[in-house]
Design a protein around this ligand. Sequence first.
Ligand SMILES: Cc1cc2nc3c(=O)[nH]c(=O)nc-3n(C[C@H](O)[C@H](O)[C@H](O)COP(=O)(O)OP(=O)(O)OC[C@H]3O[C@@H](n4cnc5c(N)ncnc54)[C@H](O)[C@@H]3O)c2cc1C
Ligand code: SF4
Length: 519
Amino acid sequence: MTTPLAMLPTTTDPHDGVKAFADYRGDLHERCEVLVVGSGPGGAVVAKELAERGHDVILLEEGPPMGRREFKQEAGEAMQRLIRDGGSRASRGNIVTPTMQAIVLGGGSVINSAICARPPAWIFDKWAERTGTSITRADLDPHFERVETFLGVAPTPAEVQGERNERFRRGCEAIGMSVEPIWRNVQGCKGSGECFTGCRNGAKKSTDVSYVPAAIRAGARVFTSIRVERVVAQGRRVKGIEGRIVEPLTNAVHGRVTFDADLVVLAAGCMATPVILQKSELCTENRWVGKDLRFHPGLAMLAMYDAPIDPWKGATQGYHSLQYLEEGLKFEVLWSPPSVLATRMPGVGHSYQKHLLRYDHLAPFDVICAADRSSGEVSAKRGTMSPDIQYHFDQEDVDLMQKGLGILSDICWASGAEAILPGLHGIPEVIERKEDAEVIRTHRLKASDTIAASNHAFCTTRMSPSARLGVVDESGRCHDLDNLYIADTGIFAASSGVNPMLLCMALADRVALGIHARL
Ligand SMILES: Cc1cc2nc3c(=O)[nH]c(=O)nc-3n(C[C@H](O)[C@H](O)[C@H](O)COP(=O)(O)OP(=O)(O)OC[C@H]3O[C@@H](n4cnc5c(N)ncnc54)[C@H](O)[C@@H]3O)c2cc1C
Ligand code: SF4
């Protein structure tokens, strides 16, 4: 039985009890039973569930705690504060794919749109085909239920949709596509559309204000500004970690830290966890560490209307369509801060200015692609903990994405657009008549014609019952080590089809309960 977050006593500061950079004097040495690395959706769930079951838990996080009063609405400043490399991280390969990872207590849940979606049952059949997993949707349903109950996940109510989201709904309905309000982990959302820069209303239940305080209430100790650099092992057993204290924002390195533990759970995210394993020279015999990186590449199209729609009003992402999910496509409304959207505007000089001035007339809609044929890899860069990310966007997936862009264009026109801005190389920058938009279907796109954002990333320490096919087994335990677990999106065996956070949390819940049963 899970007590919903809303029924728990509230504290004025949800970060009460979190150790921060200013609390440290010199080197640190601690010990615990279970050490969890990373406070995002994966790690925070494990820390809470194990602490509540009486285990002595320490949760380590490289980023600092950020209170709602410290969030900055301006995107450039927010990205510098909350996102690794100021948000400029990208993969290389046949496309340059921007990919963002947070560096803050709460990880990606602080900057994401709070979309919570359960993957359909057939996703797990695909997993079984790829790596032999036997986990089904029915196995995970109790874990989804527990996470959703705790966070109060619910459909976005009509009162906070706003015109931008409503236009998307009307566009889908007009062309006969299914469309539904998105379920989100928010309480009292005011529809400010600021999820990406941090919720200043305190409505988004990111893990720093939900699972982490619950873990602390249950006795967990939480240390931020601690960068784990190495997991220490002897034979098949890990002993703990070594790392450094890092200063928030500057990332300047200070004292050394060692944390000894009976069991370690890595949940540093699917870019960082394989790097930690590689730097630690662990699982070296396993060919899947850092391999098989999967993304959901996403492309946005801007719909321009003949009158202002004040697109900044309304939940960041309030509606989506799952109609083409089985083909590998998901359609969503999108919102980004002005300076991010400005990078998508075409033209130079006066023509660029003309588009900027019509900012209040536009709505961005996006399509994300399961990209089952595309993959990449993550490796440790020499001398740093940063990942070198390579990714190949397969032409068949580009073709699928192109199909999605055609549908997205139909949604835009049906929503009442008077023009669309496709944002694709080789296609006119502005299309003012629906008939002319056929070019989006007929001009064959190459990977390099797109700039697809890839913020859903997984599979770099993938799950399989066989050590030949994956890094962790179905309980999340590394095949090569008896007491090292992984609980981030890296353990997905293939795409989640839908947005990955809720699946990550359900799997982490399952990993935690499995560890408890074994300890
Ligand atoms: C802009 C954006 C919007 C998104 N929107 C959605 C959405 O609405 N719904 C959805 O389902 N998904 C969304 N996602 C994806 C989702 O946020 C991620 O899939 C999710 O956060 C992954 O959780 P995780 O625990 O695997 O990793 P993370 O969230 O990345 O957490 C890992 C944590 O580990 C810390 N860490 C890393 N390395 C170290 C180290 N060496 N030592 C100590 N700590 C370390 C990091 O700082 C971080 O806090 C979005 C992502 C982005 C970037
Ligand atoms: S839309 Fe605004 S109020 Fe609602 S969760 Fe996002 S940032 Fe918070």
